[in-house]
Design a protein around this ligand. Structure first.
Ligand SMILES: [Zn+2]
Ligand SMILES: [Zn+2]
Length: 279
């Protein structure tokens, strides 16, 4: 099984020579296992995937964590949606007053986008999920609401003995005086528990976070505390702030690791990185 990062920036695409190392495209991860293709979020990174889709893939499942623009802005530029021979299923949360289809139509309609959702020629279905369990190929997938503005889920994907956890937008410290000590009361804990690899929000430095409480994101410090609590094997710090340069990201992690010991692997998400696991 291969996992590839096509976008790991948060909030807004941020290209630039000072961001060449970690990349400027927003959230998108591809998981390939045989002829199963699962895509986590449809950020601007999804557009890069067009030229690299394996020819054996005829069905694609896109799992959206939420409908913020940085997680869906690549959908309209994803060629399989315009291919009548492809099946593209989209999974994601509804809102209390709006179906997933209605929410996606806000993006797939003028003046935001020229093509309407019902004009897309591909096959496929929309699946509304909340705290759900479902199966795609060999993957047992669990979704669960997590702390972030608007209905937002995180995903846990298990195949064989490998567990992938994906929580790109998450503020577990919000409103919880017990964070990071009480697993039972921590948003996202059961999604991440014991994961082999956890992709987790780490948008801010600790100083920045103090003025951005309630914006739905984590400091690097809180992301590492969350990883420690969940006993993950590896954390990939994800959803980089659009204002942060490569140097900023390296400094934020180095300064945090001076204060904090982690007994698991830590790395900064980098566009183009491939992770390989036994299926
Ligand atoms: Zn986001
Ligand atoms: Zn968001």
């Amino acid at each position: 099984m291969n996992i590839k990062i096509w976008g790991c920036r948060g909030s807004l695409p941020a290209p630039g020579t000072d961001k060449d190392i970690y990349g400027g495209n927003t959230s998108c991860i591809e998981i390939i296992d045989g002829d199963t293709c699962i895509i986590l979020d449809g950020g601007s990174g999804l557009q890069r995937l067009n030229n690299y889709l394996a020819p054996n893939i005829t069905r694609i499942d896109i799992l959206l964590t939420h409908l913020h623009l940085d997680h869906i802005m690549g959908l309209g530029f994803f060629w399989p949606l315009y291919n009548p021979n492809m099946t593209v299923n989209i999974w994601g949360p509804a809102a209390s007053n709006e179906s997933l289809a209605q929410r996606l139509r806000r993006y797939f309609s003028p003046p935001i986008f020229p093509v309407r959702l019902n004009e897309l020629p591909c096959k496929g279905e929309l699946f509304e999920i909340d705290s759900s369990e479902f199966q795609i190929g060999n993957f047992k997938i669990t979704s669960e609401y997590v702390c972030h503005p608007g209905p937002t889920v995180a995903y846990r994907l298990q195949t064989g003995n490998t567990v992938i956890a994906y929580i790109p937008d998450h503020e577990p410290a919000l409103g919880s005086s017990q964070f990071p000590t009480n697993a039972e009361w921590t948003s996202g804990f059961s999604i991440a528990e014991g994961a082999d690899i956890l992709f987790h929000d780490a948008q801010y430095s600790s100083e920045e976070y103090k003025t951005r409480i309630g914006w739905g994101h984590s400091s690097v410090e809180d992301a590492l505390d969350f990883g420690t609590l969940a006993k993950v094997k590896k954390i990939v710090l994800f959803h980089h702030d659009p204002a942060h340069t490569d140097d900023n990201l390296k400094t934020m992690l180095a300064e945090t690791l001076q204060e904090k010991k982690c007994d698991f692997e830590v790395e900064i998400a980098t566009e183009g990185t491939l992770f390989e696991f036994e299926s």
